[in-house]
Design a protein around this ligand. Structure first.
Ligand code: AVJ
Length: 315
């Protein structure tokens, strides 16, 4: 399949480029092959990973005022739709006329959008398999107000400059009367964050190390996944949780005849999850052409859901 070959080439280049850096790093989007997407779903069911439950609770609790702000007949565009469980709640509360799911994990996306289409016959459903971390073109179905839905604090995976650029692209996608509903994780005590990214059942570790399996199985890389340990910790100075693959010994990863050496204790940085205070996120969103309308948080202020509208006074 020509397309598959092109994708493989892009993956190969991205991996070689990332492993060649000092310190080595791999793009977090590479974590989401089909198995990775399934492992992420398992993470979301772990008690330590507080994000899905808190976000779901906020969407449930504030569905009515949100529906009031958005109005009926909108077009909902979900980024990283994954298993699309949260969006069901929104669909029932907002009663949009159309839905577009965007995700990099194509087969996973198509299966979940097909389930949505079957369960909501009144909704016009479409899927677009895209990498939203780069500029992308989509034509959302429907004529209503476009509202982007970006749940789970996935915005935190982007470096702040890239996050601003993505928010700008969403502003362009949503148009002049568009909205953005976005989940943003808040800074909190290091112990809670540590538990969330080091669940006792080991799903986060499996998710992280799955990246090495992917290099081995999909790219034919010479790498021993057991030679690496899962490492995740809060870096308060940088305002982010960092996830790494820690080399247990001196070893090399071989890819297309190149050897990428790692010493014992050296690590590959696989993900950052930035945590934003309410003010810091509002500032970033304003810089990207959004006007903050409402924000909802849980009682402990662990998680936030922002609703923003296109700022038509600028850009
Ligand atoms: C889906 C990107 C928001 O960073 O918290 C979960 C991914 N990584 N556990 C996050 C993830 C480790 C998650 N996001």
């Amino acid at each position: 399949m020509a397309e598959g070959g092109a994708r493989d080439e892009a993956l190969r280049r991205a991996v070689a480029e990332g492993l060649g850096r000092r310190p080595p790093r791999l793009d977090p989007k590479l974590l989401y092959d089909e198995r990775g997407s399934r492992l992420f779903e398992a993470i979301c069911a772990q008690p330590e990973y507080y994000i899905p439950e808190l976000e779901m609770g906020l969407l449930e609790e504030f569905a009515a005022p949100l529906a009031e702000l958005v109005g009926p007949g909108s077009t909902l565009v979900e980024l990283g739709s994954g298993a699309s469980r949260k969006v069901r709640l929104l669909l029932e509360a907002l009663r949009p006329s159309a839905y577009l799911g965007i995700d990099i994990s194509c087969r996973f996306l198509e299966a979940s959008v097909a389930r949505l289409a079957a369960d909501y016959p009144w909704l016009r459903c479409e899927a677009a398999c895209r990498d939203y971390s780069a500029p992308f073109a989509v034509e959302p179905p429907g004529e209503g107000r476009r509202v982007a839905f970006f749940p789970g604090s996935s915005i935190g995976n982007f470096e702040p400059g890239a996050a601003r650029a993505l928010l700008q692209r969403l502003r362009a996608l949503a148009g002049a009367d568009g909205g953005l509903l976005i989940g943003v994780d808040l800074p909190k005590d290091a112990a809670t964050l540590h538990r969330a990214y080091n669940d006792a059942a080991g799903y986060t570790a499996a998710f992280n190390r799955n990246l090495l399996r992917r290099l081995r199985d999909e790219l034919g890389a010479g790498v021993d996944p057991d030679g690496f340990a899962h490492l995740a910790y809060y870096n308060p100075a940088a305002g982010r949780v960092e996830m790494h693959l820690l080399s247990r010994r001196e070893q090399a990863i071989e890819l297309d005849g190149r050897r990428f050496r790692l010493s014992a204790g050296e690590s590959i940085h696989t993900e950052s999850s930035y945590k934003y205070t309410l003010g810091a996120f509002r500032r970033l969103a304003r810089e990207a052409g959004w006007r903050p309308r409402r924000v909802w948080t849980d009682a402990r202020e662990w998680f936030s859901v922002h609703y923003l509208e296109a700022d038509t006074s600028r850009a």
